[in-house]
Ligand binder design. Structure first.
Ligand SMILES: NC(=O)c1ccc[n+]([C@@H]2O[C@H](COP(=O)([O-])OP(=O)(O)OC[C@H]3O[C@@H](n4cnc5c(N)ncnc54)[C@H](OP(=O)(O)O)[C@@H]3O)[C@@H](O)[C@H]2O)c1
Length: 286
């Protein structure tokens, strides 16, 4: 019988892409979404905070839950503590009630006990909920995930529409983009192979690239102006909720976080896509 997975955040970038990929690859998928949202794979179930008693019997006995709810920007109505921590606690409780033994979670590259960034602190606390849950967990600490309408590409496209792309500060800070389809493949491995159990693994692509270089290749031959702005100005705009970046986006960017691709590659034993190929495929430019 096909294995069954439940996906929270099923209408988000990661959720909708992984859900579709798993559905195409023989998994029975159920997406949990908030009221009014639609999904394009599997069966949809509406939920608010993952703790409605009626939810339990609808997903009872599924093989795994993929928890893809999360926010990288905090507002008065959407605080990290609720979105990134409480909903993980609720996901763990839901798994226990519904007899789901495996949970997969996407944390952030750079998350550590010593984190001082609000987003990372919430992700660290979420990770700890999973580590101490008694469930079989796999936590992936992701760099920027790219492909088909990812948040980074959408942000750059929105800036392009306004006529210029902004680079805060030097732009020399680096990251390690990973293709969403590679993320889906890794997740299938984590669902199938015991060696992913109870591990925290960097989810990073095969190349380290500076923000400058990535933006240049993203724009390719387009004539869009690239404007470097003082970091202080970018931070001021972020604090006033203006401009293309949030406060924590800027923190992650200058954090210059790179991870251990070798460990991921040796666990997954698969070929990873280079980011230039993804950009060439046009799969990020919709
Ligand atoms: N994309 C990346 O490059 C990246 C990198 C590192 C880590 N991650 C992590 O991966 C996960 C998925 O990211 P993503 O890129 O798919 O983000 P996304 O496109 O913004 O999707 C976020 C999902 O979370 C749901 N959500 C947010 N607040 C909620 C709330 N209060 N209650 C219920 N659902 C809520 C959203 O539902 P609504 O539409 O109803 O708001 C949406 O389904 C997140 O935990 C993120 O931190 C992503």
């Amino acid at each position: 019988m096909n294995r069954s997975v439940v996906i929270t955040g099923a209408n988000g970038f990661v959720g909708r892409n992984v859900g579709l990929f798993l559905s195409k690859n023989g998994f029975r998928t159920t997406g949990l979404v908030r009221k009014g949202r639609t999904i394009h794979f599997g069966k949809a179930i509406t939920t608010g905070t993952l703790d409605e008693p009626s939810l339990v019997q609808k997903i009872r006995g599924s093989d795994a839950l993929l928890h893809f709810i999360g926010r990288g920007k905090q507002t008065v109505d959407s605080e990290y503590d609720l979105v990134n921590v409480t909903l993980v606690k609720n996901a763990v409780a839901l798994c226990k009630k519904a007899k789901i033994k495996k949970i997969i979670y996407i944390s952030g590259l750079g998350v550590a006990k010593s984190s001082t960034l609000g987003y990372f602190i919430s992700k660290y606390r979420a990770e700890q909920e999973l580590v101490h849950s008694g469930l079989d967990y796999t936590i992936f600490r992701a760099s920027y995930v790219i492909g088909r309408d990812d948040p980074l590409s959408k942000n750059l496209q929105q800036q392009m529409k306004k006529g210029q792309v902004i680079i805060p500060g030097s732009g020399n800070y680096r990251f390690q983009p990973i293709f969403i389809d590679d993320v889906s493949r890794v997740i299938i491995k984590a669902l199938e192979e015991k060696k992913f159990s109870n591990k925290i693994i960097d989810l990073v692509g095969p190349q380290v690239v500076s923000y400058n270089a990535f933006v240049k290749e993203f724009l390719h031959e387009k004539k869009t102006k690239v404007k470097k702005i003082d970091f202080e100005k970018a931070y001021h705009d972020a604090l006033h909720n203006k401009g293309p970046f949030g406060v924590d986006d800027l923190g992650i960017m200058v954090g210059d976080y790179v991870g251990n691709h070798k460990k991921l590659a040796s666990l997954a034993r698969m070929k990873f896509t280079r980011y230039q190929e993804i950009l060439k495929l046009g799969s990020v430019m919709t």
